[in-house]
Ligand binder design. Structure first.
Ligand SMILES: Nc1ncnc2c1ncn2[C@@H]1O[C@H](COP(=O)(O)OP(=O)(O)OP(=O)(O)O)[C@@H](O)[C@H]1O
Ligand SMILES: [Mg+2]
Length: 232
């Protein structure tokens, strides 16, 4: 088991946002977390990353309890995070954005700058351009590339397809598939059921801060009643 959430409850101040959320991601899997706007997808990823730590419940990474640990510790332990708002450094070039995130790890296949340039050739083309001048899609590529050069074992990806044109969505689908083939484990938060269908076998649906269904993505795609109930 790579990642395990056991009955977590997360609050922002006094607002109770996540209720008893449990999910598991096995090594090498792409598991997705589907849900409408405001359902709690981002909050779940922030809970895992220690940005919005849960008040109750446990989070385990490779069998070790990590809930309550600071984000930089989780990053060091091998969890990579690609936030939905990308958070790239606007005044640094593409290359510099990657350079500051580089982190070598012992005994594993390494992601480095040449390798992420191979994955996203447009980043190589614009390697001297300031991050803030990139298009939305290019910034998403840079955010993923930046997480990869930190050499995570498990990647948390928040809505990679949001706001992308269909042709670009296809590019991201392709690339995420390559990441899976390279052995990376991924927890993918998405609203786009069709996009996740071709990438992942298993999905959790979250609604109103609660997991309302779990099953194969194909089953969810076919079952309109489930999708209507959970608003996706
Ligand atoms: N910093 C915050 N303070 C208070 N409430 C928040 C905060 N961030 C999010 N919320 C609330 O928590 C709930 C879950 O939000 P979250 O961002 O996790 O949803 P989401 O599923 O990621 O939605 P989207 O698809 O729009 O990104 C929403 O009701 C939202 O208004
Ligand atoms: Mg979100």
């Amino acid at each position: 088991m790579m990642l395990e959430l056991q009955n977590i409850h997360t609050f922002y101040g006094l607002s109770h946002i996540l209720f008893d959320v449990s999910l598991t991601v096995k090594q090498g899997q792409i598991v997705c977390l589907l849900g409408r706007n405001g359902a709690g997808k981002t909050t779940t990823l922030k809970s895992i990353m220690g940005i919005a730590p849960p008040k109750r419940g446990k989070i385990l990474f490779k069998g070790e309890v990590v809930s309550g640990k600071a984000p930089y510790i989780l990053c060091r332990k091998g969890i990579g995070y690609v936030p939905d708002d990308r958070r790239i450094f606007a005044d640094l070039t593409v290359y510099e954005n990657l350079e500051i995130a580089l982190r070598k790890r012992e005994g594993r296949q390494q992601w480095d700058i040449p390798r992420v340039f191979e994955l996203f050739p447009s980043l190589q083309k614009f390697s001297g351009r300031k991050g803030g001048l990139l298009s939305g899609g290019e910034q998403k590529m840079l955010a993923i590339a930046r997480a990869l050069v930190g050499n995570p074992e498990c990647l948390l990806l928040d809505e990679p397809t949001e706001g992308l044109a269909p042709a670009m969505v296809a590019v991201f689908r392709d690339r995420i598939r390559l990441l899976k083939e390279s052995g990376l484990t991924v927890l993918l938060a998405e609203q786009n059921v069709k996009f996740t269908l071709s990438l992942s076998e298993y999905a959790y649906i979250i609604d109103d801060g609660r997991i309302c269904h779990q099953g194969t993505v194909a089953e969810i795609q076919e079952n309109e009643a489930i999708r209507t109930m959970c608003g996706i």
